[in-house]
Design a protein around this ligand. Structure first.
Ligand code: CA
Length: 293
């Protein structure tokens, strides 16, 4: 075979263009590398407490990152604020930071905070995005758990029926059965009759007409209180006491209890036992009259 018969691979014009573009591109289209880190210093809170996310964008490449931008759609349902003049928040939750040009190693940092409430129970997931005109976008995420309280209340009478000349007791029991602290718990009890005393005594309670109001304070998960009330009424009748419990981070809950104060043998409930009580009982038993109270 003669040498002239050997087919030499010719340098493709296309390949030359690619090489030329790469050489030129090192100057005109050089890329750098961003690193985005999302953090929280408040990974677990109770409803009503503040939550904080931080975003750090760093140029970890070898050349200046240009027009560095951080965007972050923050969890809804609360109003967020930020702490960097390069940043702004629109419509309560849309964070934008223009960090400009970041030389190699430089960082842009912003912290955002908001106050949670009873409607924020659960997990707040959040992802921040960092970008530059000469770097690929990067993302990082963080989560915050918002624990809510769960208040339960029960109203109990010491006896379903008691005598006019004996003490009648009420107990109001309340407990936080949720995973979050109940903040600023209050108890209001509507009291149907007589003058009541707290037994045992309890601070933070104030009596007004027909009512006692107690500032219970915060109740941690599992924590409870029992409030005892005693009255010497003297008035016969059937009564209902209503207990309402609320907190700054919980909806109101209530319970009620009914009890009677009655003389033995007092069929008409007027606190006196007379012959008409006997007739009233007979009338009920044999003539289908109105039932004795
Ligand atoms: Ca009577």
């Amino acid at each position: 075979m003669r040498e002239s018969d050997v087919v030499r691979p010719a340098a493709s014009p296309f390949l030359l263009l690619v090489i030329a573009a790469l050489v030129v591109g090192r100057g005109a289209f050089a890329q750098t590398l961003l690193q985005v880190t999302k953090l929280t210093s408040t990974p677990v809170v109770s409803a009503g407490e503040a939550v904080i996310f931080s975003v750090i964008v760093q140029n970890v490449g070898a050349i200046t990152a240009t027009d560095v931008l951080v965007t972050d759609t923050l969890p809804g349902g609360m109003t967020w604020t930020e702490n960097n003049s390069a940043c702004s928040i629109s419509l309560a939750r849309f964070l934008t930071c223009n960090f400009g040009n970041l030389p190699p190693g430089a960082v842009g940092v912003v912290a955002v905070s908001a106050v949670t409430d009873r409607n924020d129970c659960g997990t707040l997931d959040n992802t921040a995005t960092g970008s530059a005109s000469n770097a690929a976008s990067q993302q990082d995420s963080a989560s915050i758990t918002v624990n809510c309280p769960s208040l339960v209340v029960g109203a109990f009478a010491s006896a379903a029926v008691s005598r006019p000349d004996s003490a009648h007791g009420l107990t109001i029991a309340l407990r936080n059965t949720g995973p979050g602290t109940a903040k600023g718990v209050t108890l209001d009890v509507a009291l149907p009759i007589g003058n009541y005393t707290l037994s045992p005594p309890m601070s933070g309670c104030v009596f007004t007409t027909g009512k006692v109001s107690c500032s219970v304070g915060d109740l941690d998960p599992g924590e409870g209180r029992a409030v005892g009330l005693v009255t010497f009424s003297g008035q016969c009748g059937t009564y209902t006491a209503t207990a309402d419990v609320g907190a700054s981070n919980h909806d109101d809950v209530s319970d009620e209890v009914s009890f009677a104060i009655r003389q033995a043998g007092d069929a008409d409930g007027n606190c006196d036992v007379h012959v008409q009580d006997v007739f009233r009982l007979i009338n009920f038993l044999f003539a289908a009259g109105a039932p004795p109270v």
